[in-house]
Design a protein around this ligand. Structure first.
Ligand code: FES
Length: 121
């Protein structure tokens, strides 16, 4: 096991329904990069920010913009919605700037045997 990063709003009730999805090998997602996956009917952006992985739904809480396609600031650990420019904290999913004011959904990420795994509920 290399490291663990958790960024989630899930409750104990939803953890039981989680599905573990393999994203890729760690070497395929270096710092500063993002991978878009689909799981359980959701599109999810998985980001490597300075060696820690974060996963956020590819759907902005403001107007469903394609969040994962926005500009990724690795140092600030944020992504900017390409539709209207809200900046989202990848650790929490919370917007740091308007017009979005509600968080986008995030998912726990772990690394096991050099594989990046996302828990999707
Ligand atoms: S859709 Fe993302 S800020 Fe409007």
């Amino acid at each position: 096991m290399v490291g663990i990063s958790v960024a989630s709003r899930n409750t104990a009730d939803t953890v039981a329904m989680m599905k573990t999805v393999t994203v890729c090998n760690t070497a395929e997602l270096p710092p500063g990069e993002m991978r878009l996956i689909e799981a359980k009917g959701l599109k999810i952006g998985v980001f490597n920010s300075k060696g820690t992985y974060y996963a956020i739904e590819d759907r902005c809480s403001h107007d469903e913009g394609p969040l994962a396609e926005g500009e990724f600031d690795e140092q600030g650990c944020t992504v900017e919605c390409p539709r209207h420019g809200s900046l989202f904290d990848l650790k929490t999913g919370s917007p740091k700037t308007l017009p979005a004011y509600e968080p986008s959904r995030t998912f726990p990420v772990t690394v096991e045997d050099d594989k990046v795994l996302v828990e999707v509920g």
